[in-house]
Design a protein around this ligand. Structure first.
Ligand code: DGL
Length: 272
């Protein structure tokens, strides 16, 4: 079979996304806007939330379960809309599947590292910081860059519970910003897909344009790559979507609102 005939069979298949919770919707929402005709699936692994304090072995296990589920759904590609899983699981599982897998950190590093900065700060989960993948990936394309990664262990919970106006949570955001300020970064990457939800708190203490949400760069990368692989859908109508969670569907809907309008209750899938 020629490559183009082969791809014709694949290109109307769905694209799967996953994250530990609502965070990946910051990527998903942009993708839906940019490629509205694609059929999409989203998996929020709320049973294992937060990913940021899990071991590499656990994170590899969760990624495999979700990727196996997506394999059964006959996806053409999977987007790891989660920095922690991209940092800890991607390099282990990347060759185990016959569909394309897009990890957020590795897909965005080239563009971000060549934006003309000297110093880049990264706010991320503990597991992402421990992996050192942001520093390695950014310096791979620009060895002169200075990178400082700071873990913000409470921020995912702040977002998932929606308690953005609680004094303790606001002070915790300020504490990490003060810590980062000592490094004098030209740019701060929001290196966890939950963190863009905190923008209205972050911008109380620092200029908005200091922060980079990699989601936009990521979606452009995926769009270009799917195009180059002749994997974009040929359909001209609005894509279908299905949302799955491994726990708490009601919580997911309630806390997803800032980024994406989830219209129906997600389907509960127990992977183990
Ligand atoms: N939103 C994910 C990330 O980008 C995971 C956060 C977590 O569950 O700790 O890292």
């Amino acid at each position: 079979m020629s490559t183009s005939n082969f791809n014709k069979k694949l290109n109307n298949r769905p694209v799967g996304f996953f994250d530990s919770g609502v965070g990946g919707l910051s990527v998903y929402a942009r993708f839906k806007k940019s490629l509205p005709c694609e059929d999409t699936l989203y998996f929020g692994d709320l049973a294992h939330l937060p990913y940021g304090d899990k071991t590499r072995e656990q994170l590899v296990g969760y990624a495999r379960e979700i990727l196996n589920f997506y394999k059964s759904k006959k996806v053409k590609a999977v987007v790891i809309a989660c920095n922690t899983s991209s940092a800890q699981a991607y390099d282990v599982i990347k060759d185990e599947y016959d569909f394309k897998i897009y990890p957020i950190i590795q897909s965005c590093a080239k563009v971000i590292s060549t934006l003309g900065d000297s110093k880049i700060g990264v706010f991320a989960t503990q597991a992402t910081v421990d992996s050192g993948v942001y520093t390695r990936e950014l310096k791979k394309y620009n060895p002169e860059l200075e990178v400082r990664e700071i873990a913000c262990p409470r921020w995912v919970n702040t977002v998932e519970t929606g308690k953005l106006d609680d004094e303790v949570n606001i002070l915790d955001v300020k504490k990490h910003l003060d810590e980062m300020n000592g490094f004098r970064p030209d740019r701060i990457i929001l290196g966890c897909t939950h963190y863009p939800y905190l923008m209205r708190v972050l911008e109380r203490f620092a200029p908005k344009d200091l922060f980079t949400d990699p989601a936009e760069i990521f979606v452009e990368f995926i769009k270009k790559d799917l195009g180059e692989r002749a994997l974009l859908t040929e359909k001209g109508t609005e894509g279908k979507e299905q949302i799955f969670v491994s726990a708490n569907p009601e919580n997911f809907v309630q806390h997803s609102k800032i980024f994406y309008d989830v219209k129906t209750l997600p389907e509960l899938i127990r992977l183990r």
